[in-house]
Design a protein around this ligand. Structure first.
Ligand SMILES: Nc1ncnc2c1ncn2[C@@H]1O[C@H](COP(=O)(O)OP(=O)(O)OP(=O)(O)O)[C@@H](O)[C@H]1O
Ligand SMILES: [Mg+2]
Length: 472
């Protein structure tokens, strides 16, 4: 007997297309609206409900709620327009099992339906999943331990915190993008912390650190004798992460063959160990991070488009630190406290000049660079404040320098993940001020002399240092 699928969509072409694609392996019912759908649900033991989220006035969300109250609720999969992932995420919170984005990839839908129906006790599985989703929702609403470590009050960081809370308790795959050192790993940890999945079930794989063969066996495991050197059976990270979260860091680095395997593991949630034909199924929530521009890699043919769309269900983009100068102060203070404690030293604040300089710097190494800069300052300061000359000598690299060659432009004419301002007069001035202060180990009178301006002018310029996010 084939599993029973109910397709609900107000567009006839979608209904017909799905029916044609599915009716060999499923008993397909179609409905054009919630009313028709209700009739089928009340008369047939529907296994899987595949419904559009936007169904005229009566939204697919209501239909989902109704379906979940049935004595044998179907597994529910929501269809949603690309770009309205928010509602889909909300649907998963309410108990939907999965969602797919339109335009539909029929192959993907079929796989998902098969997965929903195959070899499972659909009824109990669904009840477990939907009550699980509800539990997770409750947990996610409680004070968010997972976000505590993510410091930042800028608008962009507040938005990220909100998004993290929203997506954490779902099964949605999340792609975390951002320059190096912006805090992608921290975001991944926060999502896992708030996911409701067991705290110790976060498995991290750095894809850049392993050769292609090793990466494949690292992810999927291998049987004894699968290749030279495989002296023992090894459980892969996917299996280790069963019931939890798998975080693939530096996903942009994985080779073409592993991309194929990963795509399948993601779409079907099944895979085989290297050297084995036994198919293994897992319940793994996937997070991925990259500091490369995956979309551009797709265009360049370096990354599979289908895998990109799989990963890209929800994307969180962590902005560079230079675009959120207001966070610099907060972060600096947190790091000052952290390193004072770590080094058994009393807390010392930054001098006003030092702070102004930190705020104006372009931070090519982002939060990581700020952190090491502060650590250096804490260790080097022998005064009751941390002054500019306590900061590392390398501080200033990546800053505009008159000796620099021209700006390197990428094909789009935009600078690629690098600080701006090579020809900016203001920036050059800041650079000169900083060099002078370093040269005179922070003595402003001498620095002003070197710069050919009065001490008061220097004072004023230090106060007015522009924030790097200023459009000027
Ligand atoms: N918002 C933040 N609040 C507190 N600490 C932060 C924040 N963002 C980053 N950090 C700290 O900065 C350092 C770098 O962060 P993280 O490792 O998450 O960056 P990343 O984006 O993963 O970098 P990479 O691309 O190089 O792997 C870590 O020590 C992290 O704890
Ligand atoms: Mg990282």
């Amino acid at each position: 007997m084939n599993p029973i699928v109910l397709i609900v969509d107000d567009e006839k072409p979608t209904r017909d297309g799905l029916r044609a694609a599915l009716d060999e392996r499923f008993d397909v019912y179609v409905a054009a609206d919630a009313k028709e759908a209700r009739q089928v649900l009340n008369s047939e033991p529907v296994d899987v409900l595949l419904t559009d989220l936007r169904l005229g006035a009566n939204s697919g969300m209501d239909l989902l709620d109704e379906a979940l109250t049935l004595s044998k609720p179907p597994v529910s999969i929501m269809m949603t327009a690309y770009g309205s992932v928010d509602t889909a995420v909300e649907a998963m919170r309410r108990g939907a099992w999965h969602f797919v984005t339109k335009p539909l990839n029929l192959e993907e839908v079929e796989l998902l339906l098969t997965r929903a129906a195959r070899g499972r006790n659909i009824e109990s599985e669904n009840r477990r999943l939907s009550s699980e989703n509800r539990e997770l929702k409750k947990k996610a609403r409680s004070p968010s331990a997972g976000l505590e470590r993510l410091i930042g009050k800028s608008e962009s960081m507040a938005r990220i915190a909100e998004l993290v809370e929203q997506v954490a308790p779902t099964r949605a795959t999340i792609l975390i993008e951002g320059e190096s050192g912006t805090g992608k790993e921290l975001v991944a940890h926060a999502i896992h912390d708030l996911s409701g999945r067991p705290a110790d079930k976060l498995v991290v794989v750095n894809c850049a650190a392993l050769s292609p063969q090793l990466l494949e066996s690292e992810l999927f495991g291998h049987e004894r004798g699968a290749f030279t050197g495989a002296t023992q059976r090894r459980i892969g990270r996917f299996e280790q992460a069963d019931g939890g979260t798998l975080f693939l860091d530096e996903i942009g680095e994985i080779d073409a063959a592993t991309q194929v395997k990963l795509l399948r593991a993601l779409s079907e949630r099944t895979f085989e160990r290297v050297g084995s034909s036994k198919t293994i199924g897992v319940d793994v929530r996937l997070l991925a991070a990259t500091n490369r521009r995956l979309r551009e890699m797709v265009t360049a043919g370096e990354f599979r488009e289908d895998l990109f769309f799989r990963l890209n269900v929800v994307t969180i983009t962590v902005p560079p630190l230079r675009n959120r100068a207001e966070d610099v102060v907060l972060l600096a203070n947190a790091f000052l406290r952290e390193f004072a404690e770590e080094n058994g030293r009393p807390f010392k604040p930054l001098s006003d000049d030092a702070l102004a300089l930190l705020r104006s710097y372009s931070w090519p190494g982002n939060v990581r660079e700020l952190r090491t800069t502060i650590e250096h300052g804490v260790v080097m300061s022998n005064q009751d404040r941390i002054e500019i000359h306590h900061l590392p000598a390398f501080f200033g690299q990546g800053e505009p320098s008159p000796a620099d060659s021209g700006p390197d432009l990428d094909s789009t004419g935009e600078k690629d993940l690098a600080p701006t301002g090579e020809f900016n007069l203001h920036a050059l001035e800041i650079h000169a001020i900083r060099s002078a202060l370093r040269h005179t180990t922070g003595n402003r009178t001498k620095a002003a002399e070197l710069l050919g301006i009065s001490r008061r002018t220097l004072q004023r310029k230090l106060k007015d240092l522009p924030s790097p996010s200023d459009p000027s």
